[in-house]
Design a protein around this ligand. Structure first.
Ligand code: NIG
Ligand code: FE
Length: 417
Protein backbone atom coordinates (compact mmCIF):
# COMPACT_ATOMS: atom_id res chain seq x y z
CA UNK A 1 0.00 0.00 0.00
CA UNK A 2 1.27 3.45 -0.96
CA UNK A 3 1.16 5.97 1.92
CA UNK A 4 2.32 9.54 2.45
CA UNK A 5 3.70 8.99 5.94
CA UNK A 6 4.56 5.88 7.91
CA UNK A 7 5.23 6.06 11.65
CA UNK A 8 7.12 2.90 12.61
CA UNK A 9 8.70 1.52 15.79
CA UNK A 10 5.83 2.71 18.01
CA UNK A 11 6.50 1.26 21.47
CA UNK A 12 3.03 2.02 22.87
CA UNK A 13 0.02 3.20 20.91
CA UNK A 14 -3.15 4.47 22.59
CA UNK A 15 -5.84 4.24 19.88
CA UNK A 16 -8.62 5.60 22.21
CA UNK A 17 -11.00 4.21 19.63
CA UNK A 18 -14.37 3.68 21.29
CA UNK A 19 -18.01 4.47 20.74
CA UNK A 20 -19.19 7.29 22.97
CA UNK A 21 -17.44 8.88 25.94
CA UNK A 22 -15.86 6.69 28.62
CA UNK A 23 -17.96 6.91 31.79
CA UNK A 24 -16.90 5.93 35.29
CA UNK A 25 -15.16 2.54 35.32
CA UNK A 26 -14.71 2.66 31.56
CA UNK A 27 -12.24 5.54 32.04
CA UNK A 28 -9.86 3.00 33.59
CA UNK A 29 -9.92 0.63 30.61
CA UNK A 30 -7.16 1.73 28.33
CA UNK A 31 -6.30 -0.19 25.18
CA UNK A 32 -2.52 -0.22 24.71
CA UNK A 33 -1.01 -1.69 21.53
CA UNK A 34 2.70 -2.46 21.46
CA UNK A 35 5.23 -2.60 18.62
CA UNK A 36 2.96 -1.19 15.96
CA UNK A 37 3.14 1.14 12.98
CA UNK A 38 0.72 3.57 11.31
CA UNK A 39 0.22 4.49 7.67
CA UNK A 40 -1.22 7.90 6.71
CA UNK A 41 -2.60 8.92 3.31
CA UNK A 42 -4.40 12.09 2.21
CA UNK A 43 -4.55 13.25 5.82
CA UNK A 44 -6.20 10.12 7.19
CA UNK A 45 -5.00 7.02 8.99
CA UNK A 46 -5.23 4.19 6.44
CA UNK A 47 -3.27 1.41 8.12
CA UNK A 48 -2.48 0.30 11.68
CA UNK A 49 -0.55 -2.94 12.05
CA UNK A 50 2.33 -4.76 13.59
CA UNK A 51 5.73 -3.18 13.18
CA UNK A 52 6.82 -6.52 11.72
CA UNK A 53 4.42 -6.07 8.78
CA UNK A 54 5.50 -2.66 7.52
CA UNK A 55 6.85 -4.22 4.31
CA UNK A 56 3.21 -3.90 3.16
CA UNK A 57 3.68 -0.12 3.08
CA UNK A 58 5.52 2.01 0.54
CA UNK A 59 5.96 5.36 2.29
CA UNK A 60 6.99 8.75 0.92
CA UNK A 61 8.17 9.71 4.40
CA UNK A 62 9.06 7.49 7.35
CA UNK A 63 9.05 8.80 10.91
CA UNK A 64 10.73 6.51 13.41
CA UNK A 65 8.96 6.70 16.77
CA UNK A 66 12.08 5.14 18.38
CA UNK A 67 10.06 2.84 20.61
CA UNK A 68 8.18 5.73 22.21
CA UNK A 69 4.58 6.51 23.08
CA UNK A 70 2.17 7.60 20.32
CA UNK A 71 -1.31 8.97 21.07
CA UNK A 72 -4.09 10.92 19.40
CA UNK A 73 -3.57 14.67 19.23
CA UNK A 74 -4.83 16.13 22.50
CA UNK A 75 -8.27 17.76 22.52
CA UNK A 76 -8.56 20.98 24.54
CA UNK A 77 -12.28 21.41 25.36
CA UNK A 78 -12.33 24.78 27.20
CA UNK A 79 -10.29 27.89 26.38
CA UNK A 80 -10.78 31.63 26.35
CA UNK A 81 -8.49 31.88 23.34
CA UNK A 82 -9.24 35.38 22.04
CA UNK A 83 -8.50 38.36 24.27
CA UNK A 84 -6.61 41.63 24.36
CA UNK A 85 -3.84 42.45 26.81
CA UNK A 86 -2.76 40.48 29.86
CA UNK A 87 -3.18 40.78 33.63
CA UNK A 88 0.23 40.17 35.19
CA UNK A 89 -0.34 43.02 37.67
CA UNK A 90 -3.13 40.96 39.27
CA UNK A 91 -0.65 38.35 40.46
CA UNK A 92 0.59 40.70 43.21
CA UNK A 93 -3.02 41.31 44.29
CA UNK A 94 -3.54 37.57 44.53
CA UNK A 95 -0.40 37.28 46.64
CA UNK A 96 -1.89 39.87 49.01
CA UNK A 97 -4.94 37.65 49.34
CA UNK A 98 -7.38 39.65 47.22
CA UNK A 99 -9.96 37.13 45.99
CA UNK A 100 -10.70 36.54 42.28
CA UNK A 101 -14.35 37.65 42.62
CA UNK A 102 -13.27 40.72 44.64
CA UNK A 103 -10.94 41.84 41.81
CA UNK A 104 -13.86 41.44 39.41
CA UNK A 105 -16.17 43.39 41.71
CA UNK A 106 -13.68 46.27 41.70
CA UNK A 107 -13.86 46.43 37.91
CA UNK A 108 -10.69 44.39 37.30
CA UNK A 109 -10.37 40.74 36.32
CA UNK A 110 -12.58 39.80 33.40
CA UNK A 111 -13.69 43.45 33.07
CA UNK A 112 -10.12 44.65 32.60
CA UNK A 113 -9.63 42.13 29.79
CA UNK A 114 -12.95 43.34 28.34
CA UNK A 115 -11.53 46.87 28.12
CA UNK A 116 -8.33 45.62 26.45
CA UNK A 117 -10.31 43.46 24.02
CA UNK A 118 -12.56 46.36 23.01
CA UNK A 119 -9.48 48.49 22.30
CA UNK A 120 -7.66 45.83 20.29
CA UNK A 121 -8.05 45.70 16.52
CA UNK A 122 -9.33 42.52 14.94
CA UNK A 123 -5.93 42.02 13.32
CA UNK A 124 -4.13 42.30 16.65
CA UNK A 125 -6.53 39.85 18.32
CA UNK A 126 -6.07 37.42 15.46
CA UNK A 127 -2.28 37.61 15.62
CA UNK A 128 -2.36 36.98 19.37
CA UNK A 129 -4.84 34.10 19.10
CA UNK A 130 -2.65 32.46 16.42
CA UNK A 131 0.36 32.80 18.71
CA UNK A 132 -1.44 31.01 21.55
CA UNK A 133 -2.68 28.36 19.11
CA UNK A 134 0.89 27.74 17.95
CA UNK A 135 1.87 27.19 21.54
CA UNK A 136 -1.03 24.77 22.11
CA UNK A 137 -0.09 22.86 18.96
CA UNK A 138 3.53 22.61 20.11
CA UNK A 139 2.22 20.98 23.26
CA UNK A 140 0.40 18.32 21.29
CA UNK A 141 -3.08 19.84 21.06
CA UNK A 142 -4.77 19.40 17.67
CA UNK A 143 -8.38 20.44 18.45
CA UNK A 144 -9.30 23.51 20.52
CA UNK A 145 -12.57 24.93 21.80
CA UNK A 146 -12.51 28.75 21.93
CA UNK A 147 -14.93 31.00 23.79
CA UNK A 148 -15.80 34.64 23.31
CA UNK A 149 -16.81 36.63 26.40
CA UNK A 150 -14.41 39.54 26.59
CA UNK A 151 -16.67 41.87 24.63
CA UNK A 152 -19.94 41.96 26.55
CA UNK A 153 -21.37 44.05 23.74
CA UNK A 154 -22.53 43.06 20.28
CA UNK A 155 -19.67 44.61 18.36
CA UNK A 156 -16.83 43.21 20.44
CA UNK A 157 -18.37 39.77 20.92
CA UNK A 158 -18.85 39.54 17.13
CA UNK A 159 -15.24 40.68 16.65
CA UNK A 160 -14.02 37.86 18.91
CA UNK A 161 -16.16 35.24 17.16
CA UNK A 162 -14.95 36.44 13.76
CA UNK A 163 -11.36 36.16 14.97
CA UNK A 164 -12.00 32.47 15.76
CA UNK A 165 -13.39 31.97 12.25
CA UNK A 166 -10.39 33.69 10.65
CA UNK A 167 -7.97 31.84 12.89
CA UNK A 168 -9.49 28.60 11.57
CA UNK A 169 -8.65 29.68 8.03
CA UNK A 170 -5.04 30.40 8.97
CA UNK A 171 -4.23 27.65 11.48
CA UNK A 172 -4.13 23.87 11.01
CA UNK A 173 -5.54 23.10 14.47
CA UNK A 174 -9.32 22.49 14.42
CA UNK A 175 -11.31 25.15 16.27
CA UNK A 176 -14.73 24.81 17.87
CA UNK A 177 -16.42 28.09 18.72
CA UNK A 178 -18.53 28.93 21.79
CA UNK A 179 -20.43 32.16 22.43
CA UNK A 180 -19.83 33.25 26.05
CA UNK A 181 -21.43 36.70 25.86
CA UNK A 182 -22.81 36.01 29.37
CA UNK A 183 -19.34 36.01 30.97
CA UNK A 184 -19.73 39.02 33.31
CA UNK A 185 -22.16 41.88 33.85
CA UNK A 186 -20.86 45.04 32.17
CA UNK A 187 -20.85 48.10 34.48
CA UNK A 188 -23.74 49.85 32.71
CA UNK A 189 -25.97 46.79 33.34
CA UNK A 190 -24.96 46.15 36.97
CA UNK A 191 -28.50 46.85 38.15
CA UNK A 192 -30.22 45.06 35.32
CA UNK A 193 -28.45 41.82 34.38
CA UNK A 194 -31.62 40.46 32.75
CA UNK A 195 -31.62 43.25 30.21
CA UNK A 196 -27.98 42.43 29.45
CA UNK A 197 -28.84 38.75 28.96
CA UNK A 198 -31.63 39.80 26.58
CA UNK A 199 -29.10 41.80 24.58
CA UNK A 200 -26.84 38.76 24.33
CA UNK A 201 -29.77 36.50 23.36
CA UNK A 202 -30.67 38.97 20.63
CA UNK A 203 -27.32 38.21 18.98
CA UNK A 204 -28.01 34.51 18.55
CA UNK A 205 -29.79 34.79 15.19
CA UNK A 206 -26.84 36.62 13.65
CA UNK A 207 -24.35 34.24 15.23
CA UNK A 208 -26.27 31.36 13.72
CA UNK A 209 -26.70 32.99 10.32
CA UNK A 210 -22.96 33.65 10.07
CA UNK A 211 -22.11 30.26 11.54
CA UNK A 212 -19.97 31.87 14.23
CA UNK A 213 -20.58 29.52 17.17
CA UNK A 214 -21.91 26.05 17.92
CA UNK A 215 -22.24 26.37 21.67
CA UNK A 216 -23.59 28.94 24.11
CA UNK A 217 -22.01 29.20 27.57
CA UNK A 218 -22.68 31.27 30.73
CA UNK A 219 -20.72 32.07 33.91
CA UNK A 220 -23.09 31.01 36.71
CA UNK A 221 -21.51 32.46 39.84
CA UNK A 222 -22.03 34.75 42.81
CA UNK A 223 -22.01 38.35 41.58
CA UNK A 224 -22.33 37.23 37.96
CA UNK A 225 -25.43 35.25 36.80
CA UNK A 226 -27.60 33.30 39.22
CA UNK A 227 -29.29 29.96 38.60
CA UNK A 228 -32.63 31.44 37.53
CA UNK A 229 -31.00 33.81 35.04
CA UNK A 230 -28.78 31.03 33.74
CA UNK A 231 -31.71 28.63 33.31
CA UNK A 232 -33.71 31.17 31.31
CA UNK A 233 -30.70 32.09 29.17
CA UNK A 234 -29.64 28.53 28.37
CA UNK A 235 -33.19 27.42 27.61
CA UNK A 236 -33.60 30.30 25.19
CA UNK A 237 -30.30 29.39 23.52
CA UNK A 238 -31.41 25.77 23.19
CA UNK A 239 -34.69 26.86 21.62
CA UNK A 240 -32.61 28.65 18.98
CA UNK A 241 -30.85 25.35 18.26
CA UNK A 242 -27.57 25.83 20.14
CA UNK A 243 -26.06 23.23 22.41
CA UNK A 244 -25.10 24.66 25.77
CA UNK A 245 -22.30 24.64 28.32
CA UNK A 246 -22.01 26.18 31.81
CA UNK A 247 -19.20 27.59 33.92
CA UNK A 248 -20.72 25.86 36.94
CA UNK A 249 -19.90 25.68 40.66
CA UNK A 250 -16.45 27.18 40.14
CA UNK A 251 -16.19 29.27 43.31
CA UNK A 252 -19.54 29.11 45.12
CA UNK A 253 -21.81 26.04 45.03
CA UNK A 254 -24.90 27.60 43.43
CA UNK A 255 -26.16 24.37 41.86
CA UNK A 256 -24.70 24.92 38.41
CA UNK A 257 -23.84 21.22 38.11
CA UNK A 258 -27.50 20.30 38.64
CA UNK A 259 -28.55 22.98 36.16
CA UNK A 260 -26.15 21.60 33.54
CA UNK A 261 -27.87 18.22 33.82
CA UNK A 262 -31.36 19.74 33.93
CA UNK A 263 -30.91 21.68 30.70
CA UNK A 264 -29.08 18.81 28.99
CA UNK A 265 -25.81 20.72 28.60
CA UNK A 266 -23.17 18.93 26.53
CA UNK A 267 -20.74 19.79 29.34
CA UNK A 268 -20.69 21.31 32.80
CA UNK A 269 -17.33 22.98 33.33
CA UNK A 270 -15.24 23.61 36.51
CA UNK A 271 -17.49 21.82 39.10
CA UNK A 272 -14.84 22.63 41.72
CA UNK A 273 -17.41 22.86 44.53
CA UNK A 274 -20.14 20.61 43.12
CA UNK A 275 -22.28 19.05 45.88
CA UNK A 276 -23.10 15.37 46.45
CA UNK A 277 -26.41 15.92 44.73
CA UNK A 278 -24.77 17.61 41.75
CA UNK A 279 -22.26 14.78 41.42
CA UNK A 280 -24.98 12.10 41.58
CA UNK A 281 -27.00 13.89 38.88
CA UNK A 282 -23.94 14.38 36.68
CA UNK A 283 -23.05 10.69 36.94
CA UNK A 284 -26.54 9.65 35.89
CA UNK A 285 -26.58 12.02 32.89
CA UNK A 286 -25.02 12.37 29.44
CA UNK A 287 -23.41 15.68 30.42
CA UNK A 288 -19.62 15.56 30.48
CA UNK A 289 -17.82 17.12 33.43
CA UNK A 290 -14.96 19.30 32.18
CA UNK A 291 -12.56 19.72 35.10
CA UNK A 292 -10.11 22.61 35.15
CA UNK A 293 -7.66 21.96 37.99
CA UNK A 294 -5.26 24.64 36.72
CA UNK A 295 -7.81 27.16 38.00
CA UNK A 296 -7.71 25.81 41.58
CA UNK A 297 -3.93 25.82 41.38
CA UNK A 298 -3.62 29.29 39.89
CA UNK A 299 -6.20 30.91 42.16
CA UNK A 300 -4.45 29.39 45.17
CA UNK A 301 -7.45 27.34 46.28
CA UNK A 302 -7.21 24.39 48.62
CA UNK A 303 -10.28 22.96 46.96
CA UNK A 304 -10.09 20.86 43.82
CA UNK A 305 -13.02 19.32 41.97
CA UNK A 306 -13.98 15.93 43.43
CA UNK A 307 -12.97 14.07 40.30
CA UNK A 308 -12.52 10.79 42.20
CA UNK A 309 -16.07 10.90 43.55
CA UNK A 310 -17.38 11.87 40.12
CA UNK A 311 -15.67 8.99 38.31
CA UNK A 312 -16.50 6.53 41.07
CA UNK A 313 -20.15 7.60 40.78
CA UNK A 314 -20.01 6.89 37.04
CA UNK A 315 -19.49 10.29 35.42
CA UNK A 316 -17.55 10.95 32.20
CA UNK A 317 -14.83 13.55 32.77
CA UNK A 318 -12.62 15.61 30.51
CA UNK A 319 -9.83 17.92 31.69
CA UNK A 320 -8.68 21.21 30.24
CA UNK A 321 -6.31 24.15 30.76
CA UNK A 322 -9.13 26.75 30.86
CA UNK A 323 -6.49 28.89 29.12
CA UNK A 324 -7.39 32.52 29.90
CA UNK A 325 -5.61 35.68 31.10
CA UNK A 326 -6.96 35.59 34.66
CA UNK A 327 -7.65 32.28 36.37
CA UNK A 328 -5.38 29.88 34.46
CA UNK A 329 -2.65 31.31 32.27
CA UNK A 330 -1.17 28.31 30.47
CA UNK A 331 -1.49 26.59 27.11
CA UNK A 332 0.21 23.47 28.46
CA UNK A 333 -2.38 20.71 28.80
CA UNK A 334 0.40 18.28 29.77
CA UNK A 335 0.94 20.33 32.94
CA UNK A 336 -2.78 20.00 33.67
CA UNK A 337 -2.46 16.24 33.22
CA UNK A 338 0.12 16.27 36.02
CA UNK A 339 -2.09 18.43 38.26
CA UNK A 340 -4.96 16.02 37.56
CA UNK A 341 -2.78 13.15 38.73
CA UNK A 342 -1.42 14.91 41.81
CA UNK A 343 -4.43 16.91 42.98
CA UNK A 344 -7.47 15.18 41.49
CA UNK A 345 -5.93 11.73 42.11
CA UNK A 346 -6.93 10.63 38.64
CA UNK A 347 -5.07 7.61 37.28
CA UNK A 348 -3.03 7.88 34.09
CA UNK A 349 -5.64 5.73 32.31
CA UNK A 350 -8.40 8.14 33.33
CA UNK A 351 -6.32 11.16 32.40
CA UNK A 352 -5.71 9.91 28.85
CA UNK A 353 -9.45 9.45 28.34
CA UNK A 354 -9.99 12.94 29.73
CA UNK A 355 -7.71 14.66 27.18
CA UNK A 356 -8.75 12.66 24.12
CA UNK A 357 -12.05 10.88 23.57
CA UNK A 358 -14.00 12.47 26.44
CA UNK A 359 -12.73 15.94 25.64
CA UNK A 360 -13.80 15.42 22.03
CA UNK A 361 -17.30 14.44 23.14
CA UNK A 362 -17.47 17.52 25.38
CA UNK A 363 -17.23 19.70 22.26
CA UNK A 364 -19.27 17.61 19.84
CA UNK A 365 -16.27 16.08 18.04
CA UNK A 366 -16.55 12.55 19.41
CA UNK A 367 -16.80 11.03 15.94
CA UNK A 368 -13.71 12.66 14.51
CA UNK A 369 -11.16 13.72 17.15
CA UNK A 370 -9.39 12.22 20.13
CA UNK A 371 -8.74 8.81 18.56
CA UNK A 372 -6.43 7.02 16.13
CA UNK A 373 -8.45 4.78 13.82
CA UNK A 374 -8.41 3.71 10.19
CA UNK A 375 -10.57 6.08 8.15
CA UNK A 376 -10.26 8.94 10.65
CA UNK A 377 -8.16 12.10 10.46
CA UNK A 378 -4.50 11.53 11.34
CA UNK A 379 -4.16 13.78 14.41
CA UNK A 380 -1.22 12.18 16.17
CA UNK A 381 1.50 12.98 18.71
CA UNK A 382 4.81 11.14 18.97
CA UNK A 383 6.10 11.74 22.48
CA UNK A 384 9.54 11.80 24.08
CA UNK A 385 8.19 9.27 26.55
CA UNK A 386 8.56 5.51 26.90
CA UNK A 387 4.97 4.89 28.00
CA UNK A 388 1.67 6.58 28.83
CA UNK A 389 2.40 6.78 32.59
CA UNK A 390 5.33 9.05 31.87
CA UNK A 391 3.54 12.24 30.72
CA UNK A 392 1.65 13.05 33.98
CA UNK A 393 4.70 11.94 35.94
CA UNK A 394 7.34 14.27 34.43
CA UNK A 395 5.64 17.60 34.98
CA UNK A 396 5.78 21.14 33.67
CA UNK A 397 7.70 20.61 30.43
CA UNK A 398 6.74 19.85 26.85
CA UNK A 399 7.15 16.18 25.92
CA UNK A 400 5.91 16.31 22.33
CA UNK A 401 8.50 15.35 19.72
CA UNK A 402 6.35 15.33 16.56
CA UNK A 403 2.81 16.68 16.24
CA UNK A 404 0.81 15.64 13.17
CA UNK A 405 -2.43 17.40 12.24
CA UNK A 406 -4.59 15.90 9.50
CA UNK A 407 -1.58 13.99 8.20
CA UNK A 408 0.79 16.97 8.16
CA UNK A 409 3.71 17.44 10.54
CA UNK A 410 2.98 20.80 12.21
CA UNK A 411 5.62 20.65 14.95
CA UNK A 412 8.92 18.91 15.44
CA UNK A 413 11.01 19.40 18.55
CA UNK A 414 14.17 21.21 17.49
CA UNK A 415 17.43 19.30 17.87
CA UNK A 416 19.76 21.59 19.76
CA UNK A 417 22.83 19.38 19.72
O1 NIG B 1 -13.10 29.91 33.32
N1 NIG B 1 -14.81 31.84 35.33
C1 NIG B 1 -14.91 32.60 34.41
N2 NIG B 1 -14.14 32.66 33.36
C2 NIG B 1 -12.81 32.21 33.29
C3 NIG B 1 -11.85 33.23 33.78
C4 NIG B 1 -11.83 34.40 32.90
C5 NIG B 1 -10.89 35.48 33.35
O2 NIG B 1 -10.53 35.61 34.53
O3 NIG B 1 -10.50 36.24 32.45
C6 NIG B 1 -12.66 30.86 33.94
O4 NIG B 1 -12.08 30.73 35.03
FE1 FE C 1 -13.43 29.19 31.57
Amino acid sequence: MQVDVMINHIGQLLPMNRKGPAKGEAMKQLEVRENVAIGIKDGDVVWIGSNADTSELVAARVINARGALVTPGLVEPHTHLVFGGSREQELALKQQGVEYLEILKQGGGILSTVRATKEASKEALLEKALFHLDRMAMHGITTVEAKSGYGLDRETEMKQLQVVKEAQEKHPVDLVSTFLGAHAIPPQYQDNPDAFLDEMLAMLDDIQAENLAEFVDIFTETGVFDIEQSRRYLRAAKEKGFQVKIHADEIDPLGGTELAVEVGAISGDHLMVATDEGIAKLAASDTIGVILPGTSFYLGKETYARARDMIDAGAALAISTDFNPGSSVTENLQLIMSIAALKLKMSAEEIWHAVTVNAAHAIGRGEEAGMIAVGKKADIVIWDAPNYLYIPYHYGVNHSRVVIKHGKVIYERPEIR
